[in-house]
Write a protein of this length. Structure first.
Length: 310
């Protein structure tokens, strides 16, 4: 759920197929036929995703004995998507931290900022407690809905595995740095102040205990595993491809991370601020990322959540 349309969209399916193929071979069992449903919002580029299916099927024929049928189900995963007791397994990676809406109370119905006027995200060290509470309340509403609807759609004993961008006292995401860059651009007249004041990321990175409490209050699932782990901002970056000296390498690292930010956030930023600011924003963000890396920062906190339906 939250499949998007990039190269990784079918990667979880490939991993499941490889694991099942090995198990069936070891047990001398006939492999099952899998039905996989890819979900994202209706605006997702499913056409691009479908165009990758022929090569995916060809690879399956060469490497595995399993048959797999792929379909798509557009819609918000904060609502109902499937019939009752229909699914065996649900997987979502780096999607559930996206909120269904900007938390209520941050801006009025007419767009006038009420809370968080000077920020674009919630940071415990810099915002009043009311801002954190607004974000946490919205996350609890959304995540509780996600759990409730998935419990209705899963078969008894069905499993669900989620990876979520989390936070702890040592690691966080890049949203505060993105806000700093926007403030600098406002000061230089590159972004309208009113545009920044009315902008908030619909994004919440929970800590493990917040997730645990919400799952237990909602009551549909047993927690089998809930743990935090850290990944470098530079996962996938190849230092061997960048040998132009320390300064050049640092810029390449910053640019690598800024390109990841572009892939995730460009449409959201462009819709609010316009396309004209994107390149300059990412250039400045690259420099900000380099500064963070030089200070020894540069890791994300992630939560792995394994659940079974009661």
């Amino acid at each position: 759920m939250g499949c998007s349309s990039g190269q990784n969209a079918l990667l979880p399916t490939s991993e499941v197929i490889d694991a099942l193929d090995k198990i069936c071979h070891r047990l001398n069992r006939k492999p099952p036929i899998l039905q996989v449903f890819l979900n994202d919002l209706p605006g997702n580029d499913f056409n691009t995703l479908f165009k990758s299916l022929p090569s995916f099927y060809d690879r399956l024929k060469k490497e595995n004995n399993l048959s797999c049928l792929v379909a798509a189900v557009p819609g918000s995963f904060y609502g109902r998507l499937f019939p009752s007791c229909f699914l065996h397994f649900v997987y979502s990676s780096y999607s559930v931290h996206w909120l269904s809406q900007v938390p209520k109370g941050l801006v009025s119905e007419s767009g006038i900022p009420i809370l968080n006027k000077d920020g674009v995200y919630m940071t415990k060290c810099c915002n009043p407690p009311s801002v954190h509470k607004a974000y946490l309340d919205q996350f609890e509403i959304d995540f509780s809905s996600f759990l409730r609807f998935r419990s209705e759609e899963l078969k008894p004993g069905g499993r669900m595995v989620l990876t979520v961008m989390g936070n702890d006292q040592h690691h966080t995401n890049l949203l505060p740095e993105m806000g700093m860059v926007m403030k600098d651009m406002v000061a230089e007249g590159l972004i309208e102040e009113s545009k920044l004041e009315s902008f908030n990321f619909p994004f919440y990175s929970p800590c493990a205990e917040e997730v645990r409490q919400i799952v237990e209050r909602e009551g549909s699932f047993n927690i089998h595993q809930l743990e935090a782990f850290h990944t470098s901002w530079l996962v996938g970056f190849d230092d061997n491809d960048n040998r132009g000296g320390l300064e050049s390498d640092n810029y390449a690292r910053g640019e690598y991370m800024a390109n990841h930010i572009r892939a995730v956030f460009e449409s959201l930023l462009a819709n609010h601020f316009g396309n004209a600011i994107i390149d300059e924003f990412l250039r400045r963000l690259t420099i900000k990322i380099i500064e963070c890396l030089e200070m020894g920062l540069g890791a994300h906190t992630n939560l792995l959540i394994s659940l079974s339906k009661k």
